[in-house]
Design a protein around this ligand. Sequence first.
Ligand code: ZN
Ligand code: ZN
Length: 413
Amino acid sequence: MVNNFEAKLKEYAHLLVEVGMNVQPGQTPRIAASVECAPLARLCVEAALDRGARDVVVEWSDDFVTRQRYLKADQAVFSEMPEYVKGKFQWFLDTQCPSLAIVGSDPEMLKGVEPERIQTWQRTSAPFTRPYLDVISAGRIQWTIGAHPTRAWAEKVFPDKKGEEAVDALWEAIFSVCRITGDGKAVERWQAHVEATARRAKLLNEYHFRSLRYTNSLGTDLTIRLPEGHVWMGGAEETPAGVPFVANMPTEEIFTAPCWDGVDGRVYASLPLALNGNLVKGFYMDFEGGKIVNVHAEEGEAFLRNSVTMDEGSSYLGEVALVPYDSPINNTGILFYNTLFDENASCHLAYGSAYPTCVKGGEEMDEQAQKAAGLNQSMNHVDFMIGTADLSIVGTTYDGREIPVFVEGNFAF
Ligand code: ZN
Ligand code: ZN
């Protein structure tokens, strides 16, 4: 039993709707959730309508159905985009729906599925889903991501617990890292956290580093050049209409884009990576002129190799993110097997697409201009953790000064 569960769940729904998505009166948000996440999704619908949403569209999914289709459906369906799905995404785009995604999946849901089937579907659906998802990732409309435990996920995270006991333990962990106590004040605590993060991002922007060099005892020695117009972001973002929102709940990161062609050296992952339901463990990557030229993993190397070669841009980095080793998520000592949490545990990088908002004026640029400004493009965006307790990051400014950014795993300022 989670102490005071009903109050905490309600507090979480309010946090997602009011601070995360920050739905405005008259808007019609889209809430994507699997059927197992229904208790939280329903409270979010209620909170959005109570806040004056015009309507709410819920997109239900089902892990069991997804897995059965990937395993057994006619191969050809993964190359066909049905008209009604095209229409749905066009409608999201036309009506500029704010988006709330509630994640909660079995981390091994797709284990045993041929990666080729998944990739075929990603390639088929991307041209139709991407225009809406691009509008979201460019921050033109509000969006956020929350989470809801499922039994399979909870038992993966807590292998010595079963069923409800595991689910309760995962709820406790999620509530704690989201600063939810049941006292109804999570919204205020988040506002303070968001402001503190913004102050640090401002400082990084004032330093205006040319490059960052990462080293640690795992063997990481990586140099990342930053675009001249790069912008560090963290905490809240703002839409062009001036509506603030917090794109991930929880979020601890301050992030920007690297120059897609400016990464050299070797980086070791500090945590396993869950990739389409498959785990990649003990891996490193080598970079030359931005490109991933070699990967090695103790486990799951084929999945990693497939993922970093899914398209041209998958072999280049699209995100650099700073998270103190001493973060609430890392302090739980829990590996969540879910990027939303694990990416906020420590410093990370992502291969694949960059967020256009990470370069000044990036949202206004066409693809060619974005690339020239340093922003990588891909259908992929995969975060992987590299932060350790002994991670050092040194920034070099345009006038050659070397400034410690991270010392012993934490911010130096
Ligand atoms: Zn990130
Ligand atoms: Zn990311």
